[in-house]
Design a protein around this ligand. Structure first.
Ligand SMILES: Nc1nc2c(ncn2[C@@H]2O[C@H](COP(=O)(O)OP(=O)(O)OP(=O)(O)O)[C@@H](O)[C@H]2O)c(=O)[nH]1
Ligand SMILES: [Mg+2]
Length: 201
């Protein structure tokens, strides 16, 4: 099924934020712990297998990977946060660059925070949610890998996480997702589309 994001192409990769595309137009970032499924989610949303690189080895995305779906409208695949096996020096580099990106990127309008539904709301996830809320950015949480749980576990987790999110932000939305099975893709696209099309951006 086509959506706003279907006609998406790879634009560029940046090791440092000054290598990113010009800070113009609108951009949303896909953030979350390493291996939570950020890259797979971008592929599911854009219906484009292989657009963002996916790997069984955590720590795969080592760059800011930028994709453009309309002129000056981009999705950014962020490096995974907090993966212990990434060398400390590299982790420090990324923690600093991601923070720098989040704080200074003027065209950033929102973040999609991706969690493994089996391990939701880790410290970084909570920080991202409250930071996005306090910064006036759109934010949406995906409880990914729902295919790993049964329906009653899914329901229970969704209720629990929704309650926890409300402690940090009243503006952050949340949904169940499976990037692998593409469940929740239409809902995701319906949440993200107004971020780019509403007048008050
Ligand atoms: N079962 C299941 N596996 C998934 C799902 N989404 C992603 N995966 C798997 O999880 C692993 C990591 O996926 P990625 O998309 O590379 O995760 P990432 O967050 O981009 O990881 P980094 O780039 O290392 O930060 C891969 O083996 C994916 O196939 C899902 O919805 N269900
Ligand atoms: Mg990745």
């Amino acid at each position: 099924m086509s959506n706003l994001f279907s006609d998406c192409k790879y634009l560029t990769s940046a090791y440092k934020i000054n290598q990113l595309p010009d800070d113009e137009g609108m951009e949303i970032a896909f953030a979350g712990r390493s291996n939570s499924g950020k890259s797979t989610t971008i592929n599911a949303l854009t219906n484009h297998r292989g657009l963002a690189k996916v790997s069984k080895t955590p720590g795969r995305t080592q760059l800011f990977n930028c994709f453009e779906f309309k002129p000056n409208m981009r999705l950014v695949d962020l490096p995974g946060y907090g993966y212990a096996k990434v060398p400390l020096k590299m982790r420090k580099h990324w923690d600093k660059e991601i923070e720098n990106y989040l704080i200074n990127r003027d065209c950033l309008i929102g973040v999609v925070i991706i969690m493994d539904i089996r391990h939701p709301m880790k410290e970084f996830d909570e920080q991202m949610i409250s930071w996005a809320h306090n910064s006036g950015l759109h934010s949406h949480v995906l409880l990914n890998k729902a295919d790993k749980l049964n329906n009653s576990e899914i329901k229970k987790t969704l209720m629990k996480v929704t309650r926890e999110i409300a402690r940090f932000s009243e503006s952050t939305t949340c949904q169940v997702f499976s990037a692998l099975r593409k469940t929740g893709r239409t809902e995701l696209s319906q949440i993200l589309t107004p971020w780019f099309t509403e007048e008050n951006n």
